[in-house]
Design a protein around this ligand. Structure first.
Ligand code: IPD
Ligand code: CA
Ligand code: CA
Length: 277
């Protein structure tokens, strides 16, 4: 019995140490990725841009930055799976262990137009659980990071979600893509404005969700978001004391889900606005 306990405890410690190693790697790789992305961003007008769909594009920067992240993580953790926006499903479906879920540039529509609102998003997940998340905004040199049960930080300093109890106290982030009909977001806006709230859409869902964790936004809603867009930010919001819906539930990893995030005292209100109750 004693031996068994010792082995289990040892396993837990090993797992924790392995997670810490991944957490540190995610932060340093996100900074390196951000530097590479900025080097492309400085010549945004010359980039090769490919349309993936209506209002959905990828530039050569997105592809190169994802390749860098993938290579760096594979070199350090060859046993891990990798699921990046530009590389498609790859190992996601058959990974039975930890999986990196990566959006090399979230906010591509801004990026290719020279608007400095985009970020690098790296999450590490196990099934439906996000174990760590890192969102790096190279334009502001802001690195947001969270590891499960260990809080969330901005450039190493702890962050907390807002303690506001009314949507009249600040801004709510809204996302929209042509993956859904406009109706849900219009209904959401109608309800938010009727309550005296105000919205913002900056072009990067990952950054806006992260801002809920930083106390800068009161909440965020989008009718559909892919796992690579939101997984890292979800970890940050939760570790900062905020709330999100069960973002990776069901087919969420491969197909995406609705996303709602809120400051702790606005959870009920956010659920009502988003039609989740
Ligand atoms: C998009 C952004 C946008 C959100 C879209 C995403 P991309 O990601 O996060 O804010 O509304 O749903 O697809 O294309 O810039 O990586
Ligand atoms: Ca994205
Ligand atoms: Ca992207």
């Amino acid at each position: 019995m004693l031996l068994q306990y010792a082995a289990t405890r040892q396993d837990l410690l090993m797992n924790d140490a392995q997670l810490v190693a991944r957490f540190e790697a995610a932060q340093s790789v996100s900074r390196e990725a951000g530097e590479l992305a900025i080097s492309y961003f400085r010549r945004f007008g010359d980039l090769q841009v490919t349309a993936k769909g209506l209002q959905d594009m990828a530039s050569e920067a997105d592809v190169a930055v994802e390749a860098l992240i993938r290579d760096r993580l594979a070199a350090r953790f060859p046993e891990d799976g990798f699921f990046g926006e530009e590389g498609g499903r790859k190992d996601a479906a058959d990974s039975d262990g930890g999986l990196w879920v990566v959006d090399p540039i979230d906010g591509t529509a801004c990026f290719v137009m020279g608007i400095p609102v985009w970020c690098v998003s790296i999450a590490y997940v196990d099934g439906e659980n996000v174990l760590l998340g890192v969102v790096y905004d190279p334009n502001a040199d802001e690195l947001f990071a969270a590891r499960r049960d260990h809080g969330a930080t901005l450039n190493g300093q702890p962050i907390r979600a807002s303690d506001a109890d009314s949507f009249t106290n600040g801004l709510v982030g809204i996302g929209y893509s042509t993956r859904t009909a406009p109706a849900p977001v219009i209904t959401f806006l109608d309800r938010l404005l009727a309550e005296g709230g105000m919205f913002i859409r900056n072009g990067s869902g990952a950054l806006m969700i992260t801002y809920v964790g930083a106390g800068r936004l009161l909440g965020y809603y989008e009718a559909h978001l892919n796992s690579w867009d939101g997984a890292a930010a979800v970890a940050i919001v939760r570790e900062a004391g905020g709330w999100t819906n069960d973002f990776l539930a069901g087919d969420g990893l491969l197909k995406g889900n609705p996303i709602a995030a809120a400051a702790p005292r606005l959870v009920r209100g956010m659920k009502q606005l988003a039609g989740l109750v």
